[in-house]
Design a protein around this ligand. Sequence first.
Ligand code: ADP
Length: 407
Amino acid sequence: MTPDASILVLNCGSSSVKFAVYEVGAIEASDPSAAQPVQAALRGQISGLPASARLDWHPSEAVPVREALSGVSDHASALAWLFDRLDHSPRYRAVGAVGHRVVHGGERFAEPVVVDEAILAALEAQVPLAPLHQPHNLAGIRAGCQALGSRAGDVKQVACFDTAFHTTQPALHTTFALPLSMRERGVRRYGFHGLSYQSIAERLRAIAGERAEGRVIVAHLGNGASVCGLRARRSHRTSMGMTALDGLVMGSRPGSLDIGVALFALSTLAMSVEQLSHLLYNESGLLGLSGISNDVRTLLGSIDPRAALALEIFCERAAQEIAATAVALGGCDMLVFTAGIGENSPAIREAIVRRLAFMGAALDASANSAGGPLLSTPQSAIEVRAIPTDEESVIARSTLAAVRAAS
Ligand code: ADP
C-alpha cells in the first residue's frame, strides 16, 4: 500500500456503522506511543438502522454533514452506500484495506488477522459468546468483501479483536470456579474493550510519565462499561468475563448478577433462552433500573428518583470494581477515566472517586469540572486522569501492519 492509499476503519454495532478513514502516510509518520493518536482524515457514522438511517460525517477540514439516507435499511446497504460515497470522493478513493472491530476472538485470535472464508467461519462460531455485537461485526466484514472484493488490487479485510489485549491476564484472573469439564470447553474470562485499553496503554507513558508503568486502573465508561487493571501497561485483570455481560452496570446490561436469577427466570418464570438473553442484553442496566433511558445524559437531567437511584447504583458498582481491581494489582497508582461517560461527566467521576476516598483518592473539583486532563489534587494518593480513547486509530495501525505482514 502506498502512502497516498487510505485505510477504512469500521465499527458495526446493532443500529449503527461508525467509520473513519486514515491516510497510510499519516499512520507511517506518526508514533503510536505519542500522547495524541494519529488523526483520521474523515470520521462519521450511519445511525438509526434499520428504520431511519441517517449520516453524520466529519471531514477533518470541512463542515460536518448530516443527512437522511433513503434506501439504506441494513448493514449491507449502509456499507454499499458508504463505499459508493467514498468512491466518488477524489480524496478517499484509494481505500487499500478495511479494518474491522470484532468483539470476540475467543481463544484462537490474540492478534489482528486478515480475513478469509475459513477465518470468517471461525468468527461465526464465536457469535453465541457475543450475541449483541458479533453478528453486526461480521455483517460489516461480509459487506466489505462484497463491496470491495471485486476491485483490482484485492482490498483486504482485517479483524481486530476486543479480547486480544487481555491475553496477558494470568490464569488467576481468567479462571472460573467451575469443574474442568466446563473449563476445557473454553469457558473462562476473556475481557473486552481491549482496543480502547490498548489506545490508553500505548499513549500513557507520554501522557503521565513513569507512573504509567505502575499499577494503573482504566475505567472505560460508555454504553458498555468495564475496568481494566494494567501492570507495566499490560492487562492484568479486567471486569468483563466470557461475555460482555459481566462486571459494571451498563446502559442496558446488568453487569455481575447472581446466576440464580437466570435459573429463576428459566425455571419459575418459564422464560425462553431468547427472552432471557434479550432481558440481559437489552432491557437491564440503567434502562431497566430507571425505566427511562440507557443514556447517562438523560438520567442526569431527570428529576425522577428512579434516575437518581440508577446512577447511584452505577457509581457504587463502578467503585466496587475499581477496588476489586486494586486488590488484583496490589494497590493503585493511577485511575484513568475514558469513553463517553468517563471523558465527559464530572458528576459521575466525582461520585465514583468519592467512594474511593478510603484508598486516598481525592479529586480537584475545578479540574474535574474543566475535564482535566489531571483531575486529582496534589495530595491524592492516586493520580486521577481523564484521557480520550481512540479505538479507531488502534484498528487503523493494526490493519496496516497485518496487511503488510501478510503480503
Ligand atoms: P458506546 O461507544 O459504547 O456506544 P460511548 O462511549 O459513546 O458509548 O458512551 C455513551 C454514553 O456516554 C452515554 O450514556 C452518554 O449519555 C454518555 N455521555 C456522552 N457525553 C456525555 C456528557 N457530556 N455527560 C454525561 N454523559 C455523557
